[in-house]
Design a protein around this ligand. Structure first.
Ligand SMILES: [Mn+2]
Length: 337
């Protein structure tokens, strides 16, 4: 089905059916939550019965309106006419709501992940889209998005998945959509600041420690930092407080790649890799992990020194030999891989 036909088909379903369950991927991010609640509020405004199923998520995401639609009951007892999956690349990423994929009479998938093969009856997949939230905007139309709450939800998803309108998938259409959403009168500064720039006191302290201790190697082209259990325990921090730190390291002038090694348990460390030039996805995969070309991660057994001895020579080889893995400088970095 051509893309316009699938959009029309899904619009028809949304106008003619009455009972909807909407879900996003496990461990939902702003795009999943924004797309689910934005679409949910639109359907609710049309008088439909709507339930949104989402796993718990980090508190900053609570800035997205529409949380009254979140369903907290027993999913097994739930029946629905239409089941909609948003921002979810495969059925394995649906979580507890997956049982509804088989139970619902009508299933819809709306997503921008390139790996999505279309597992629902109606699949609107656009891997060029900046975000699932932008796809929801296309689907409901600019007029519907004049509702402040709906506009805020969709804007939140777009801002986050584009890294604040920076990543390569940001198009002029993305910015036009954002413009129309801002015209709805949303608190766009608050949303952007809360989702892109705010951090906790603990995160600030931990970032300070990481920056104090970071080093360069491989002819100064790789930057790395190690975070021990003690470093985190001292300030009551945990791995979740390292969100965004490896990206901060990568943004150091002159470096091609960043490595963040942090305590996972007594027998292994987690290694986060970010890059502008080399394929760190391949390196992570080689070490039993995975991810994208520019953002990947793996777990390496041993103490900090053993882990450094394992990962840094591999990074050095990749940076120095380069050519096989060398990429242009324009590819995007996914901060939350
Ligand atoms: Mn997304």
């Amino acid at each position: 089905m051509a893309q316009n036909d699938i959009i029309t088909a899904i619009q028809t379903i949304m106008h003619t059916k009455n009972c909807f369950v909407i879900t996003g991927h496990v461990n939902p991010d702003e795009d999943a939550v924004g797309a689910c609640l934005g679409l949910g509020m639109w359907l609710e405004n049309m008088g439909k019965d709507v339930k949104v199923i989402l796993e718990s998520h980090v508190s900053r995401i609570n800035i997205i309106p529409g949380r009254h639609l979140l369903f907290n009951g027993n999913i097994r007892e739930l029946n629905t006419e239409v089941f909609i999956c948003l921002d979810c690349a495969s059925p394995t990423r649906i979580g507890d709501a997956r049982i509804l994929l088989d139970k619902a009479g009508c299933t819809v998938c709306i997503d921008h992940h390139i790996t999505n093969i279309g597992f629902a009856q109606y699949n609107y997949i656009d891997s060029a889209a900046s975000s699932t939230s932008e796809m929801v905007f296309r689907l409901i139309g600019a007029e519907a998005a004049r509702n402040k709450n709906i506009a805020s939800a969709i804007y939140a998803g777009i801002v986050t998945d584009t890294g604040g309108f920076r990543f390569g998938a940001t198009s002029s259409n993305t910015l036009r959509a954002a413009g129309q959403l801002i015209d709805a009168g949303i608190p766009f500064t608050d949303i952007y600041t809360q989702l892109q720039h705010m951090h906790t006191f603990t995160e600030a302290k931990l970032l300070g420690r990481v920056l104090e201790n970071c080093q360069r190697c491989c002819n100064e082209r790789v930057i790395y930092a190690c975070v021990s259990k003690n470093m985190m325990d001292d300030i009551n921090a945990g791995p979740k407080d390292l969100d965004g730190v490896v990206e901060y390291l990568l943004n150091t002038s002159g470096v091609d790649a960043a490595v963040l090694i942090y305590y996972r348990n007594d027998s292994e460390y987690k290694v986060s890799l970010r890059s502008r030039r080399i394929d760190v996805g391949k390196i992570a995969e080689m070490l039993g992990g995975g991810g994208h070309t520019m953002a990947a991660g793996c777990n390496i057994p041993g103490d900090i020194d053993q882990v450094k001895e394992k990962i840094l020579p591999i990074m050095e080889q990749a940076v120095m030999e380069g050519t096989a893995g060398v990429l242009g400088g324009t590819t995007e970095v996914f901060p939350y891989a």
